[in-house]
Structures are given as C-alpha cells and as structure tokens.
Write a protein that binds this ligand. Structure first.
Ligand code: PLP
Length: 376
C-alpha cells in the first residue's frame, strides 16, 4: 500500500521508536520525583527540550511541551484573551480549525475577530490598516492543505510596528523547511511531533520569554507553571529525537521530495482535468493539492483507497464533514471546484516507485470515469 497522507500524520521513524522504548518499558519515573528514576526522566526531558529548541533556533527555556499543535494553538488564543478585557484578534482565513475554533470562542466573549485578506495564490496578505485594538495576529507558516508558505516575517514586521503580538502555527512547516523563530520575528510558535515522524499527542508552544500568557492547564506547576500535568516522557523523548533527525536530514529530505514532486507534477500536467493549486506560490516540497474536473474529492479518495493508495480530500481534519475546504474558498475557488480537491503529501519514507504506482492507479481511475461523472 502507498501512504500519501503525511500531512495528516506521518509514520513513526524506527529510530525515534528506539529512543522512546526504554521510557515505555521500564521508565516509570515521574520527572518531578527526586529519586533516581525521576532524575532519569527529568534528564531525558531536558535533552528533548534542547533538541526541539535546536530545530527552531531558540533557547531550551523557550520550549513548553504540550499535547500537540491543537493545545498550543488553544493556549495562545485563550491564554492571551484572559490578559485583556476585550480587543481584536487577527487571523488568516487559511488557518487550521485549532485556531479558527478558539477564535470563534473569543468572538463570543467580546473579542472581535478580524480575518486578514488572502489571495488566489493561497497567501495571506498584510492588511492595509490593522483594526484598532488588535492585540494578536495568528498566521500559519505553511498551509496544511495547499502547502503554500505564508509571508510570516513580513506580517510580523508590520504587526510589531503596531505593537501587536504575533503567533505562527508552524505545525506543517517544521521538519520540512528551515524554521527560525527569531528570524521570523514572531512572539509565539506552535509545533507538533507527528507531522515529521515523531509520535502523536505531543508538541510544543515556543514563547518569547518576556511575554505574559495565562496557562490553559493549571495544577502541579510543570513546564514552569505554563502547562500542568505529569509529563509524557516517552512522547517528549520521541519528539526531541524526531527534531534531531529532521534538523540533520532536512536538506536530504527536501532533495528527495523535490524528485518525487517533479515526477508527479510532470505527469499530472498531462491530465487536462487536473489543476494544481498554489502552483505559482512558494510551497512545501512534500505537498501537492489538485482539483479534478468532474470527480468529487471524496470519490477519488475512496477509489484510490480501493487501488491501494491512501490520501485525503482537502484536510483530514475536515474529512468527516463533506463541505468544501475553507482554505480553497478563501482563495476564491468556487464550491464546485473546491469539492474535487485531493491532497498528496509525502513523508521521508515515500519512493519514486510509489509515485509511479500512484500515477498508474490515478490514470486508470481517470480513464475509467463513467461519462456522467466526467461531464457533471
Ligand atoms: N495546525 C496545523 C496547521 C495542522 O495541520 C494540524 C494537524 O492537522 C494541527 C495544527 C493540529 O496539530 P495536532 O494534531 O498535533 O493537534
């Protein structure tokens, strides 16, 4: 079987699993305990914190471990809201639901939510004028559906000039492009391990130390009081290890994806019914979002699944609803076209042979479309 749904989640790297196993088998130390087992857990977390920090070029003290990208995103929006009575939060309309939904919750609590403009190439624009009272702006670094890279440093510069705090959700960017927290000029950043061959259920919020933020979870004071709860040591160790490999192997992974994408896109360009979204924008090398004239995305996903290829229509997080993707709609793409989108996303494990296998299955699917489907 071919797995081309790596933006949904990636397979755990064997080497990362090896690093985690000792903490799953006999690592029952609580990192807050002073005995030897506790100290061993604490040391492992400290090392992971350094590894995560090195991936995005920050100090280890700026890393707060969370249960993943969703929690980090919620912490930012809700943690800042309690610092101010009411104000405006600006977000890109292309954000993941873990930003969109908390923003909607803020709107119910006297906050105004301002949606930044996005263009037809899938990029968020700097607004001509920031709404008064804007306290925070959140713009993702790479979009999970299109792979289009956002102009975060430009938006950060403009926001900072107005005294606005800036957060970037780098969940899809980390491990795929160079991510440098201070060069981006942001105050907060979200990371998640399972998008680059680490375990699911662990991520981090990166903070600019001077920034006030109310924790989402309070309790035993872990993570310097910023995120209470006994640490998931094995997952954190796996996250650190995945960051380490991603940092060392980034350029090799990029070259590999470049070869796969080139092969795929050259073949897709021959298909009249296929259009690649965001083709004129800088994009993640591992992500290709296409629309297919006359074939609903859901149907493509099921038909390709039958032929041994796993991928998703739009984003996996939305796939239980069969609504067209909000990302494509925000780019000005019509409902009927958006409804036909499928996303191919590579991981480090994918091969040229798998791209060939996919192309054969996909071509066969297109060639055998019943006329009704082709023409509607
Ligand atoms: N942000 C983006 C851009 C994502 O693609 C995802 C996952 O799909 C998330 C946040 C949520 O991350 P997690 O699955 O770690 O909660």
């Amino acid at each position: 079987r071919v797995y081309f749904d790596n933006n949904a989640t990636t397979p755990l790297d064997e080497r990362v699993l090896e690093a985690m196993l000792p903490f799953l088998k006999n690592g029952h130390g609580n990192a807050s305990s002073v005995h030897q087992a506790g100290r061993r857990a604490r040391q492992a977390i400290d090392l992971a914190r350094q590894q995560v920090a090195a991936l995005v070029n920050v100090q280890p003290s700026q890393v707060i471990f969370t249960s993943g990208g969703t929690e980090a995103n919620n912490t930012i929006l809700k943690g800042l809201a309690t610092q101010f009575e009411s104000a405006t939060v600006a977000i890109s309309p292309l954000e993941h639901p873990s930003i969109l939904q908390p923003a909607t919750a803020l709107a119910a609590r006297n906050w105004d939510v301002y949606r930044l403009p996005a263009d037809s190439h899938g990029q968020t624009q700097v607004p001509e004028k920031w709404p008064d009272q804007t306290r925070l702006v959140s713009v993702m670094l790479a979009n999970n559906e299109t792979g289009v890279l956002q102009n975060v440093s430009e938006i950060a510069l403009s926001a900072r000039q107005q005294g606005i705090l800036i957060h970037t959700d780098a969940t899809q960017a980390a491990g795929k492009i160079v991510v440098d927290f201070s060069r981006l000029g942001v105050h907060f950043m979200t990371l998640s391990a399972h998008k680059f061959h680490g375990p699911q259920g662990v991520g981090a919020l990166i903070i600019n130390k001077s920034q006030e933020l109310t924790p989402l979870l309070q309790g035993g004071g872990q993570e310097k009081g910023m995120r209470a709860g006994t640490e998931n040591v094995a997952a954190i160790v796996g996250f650190g290890s995945a960051c380490d490999y991603a940092r060392q192997e980034l350029s090799a992974r990029q070259s590999h994806w470049h070869v796969l994408r080139q092969k795929l896109e050259t073949a897709l360009a021959q298909q009249d019914r296929v259009q690649t979204i965001g083709i004129n924008s800088p994009r993640l090398l591992n992500t290709i979002l296409i629309t297919i004239k006359g074939l609903r995305g859901e149907t493509s996903v099921m038909e390709l699944d039958r032929r041994g290829v796993a991928l998703s229509s739009g984003s996996a997080c939305h796939s239980e609803y069969s609504e067209p993707s909000h990302v494509l709609l925000a780019m000005g793409i019509a409902d009927e076209q958006a409804d036909t989108a499928i996303r191919i996303s590579f991981g480090q494990q994918n091969t040229v042979e798998e791209v060939q296998y996919f192309l054969a299955a996909f071509t066969e699917l297109l060639d055998n479309l019943p006329p009704l489907l082709i023409n509607n």
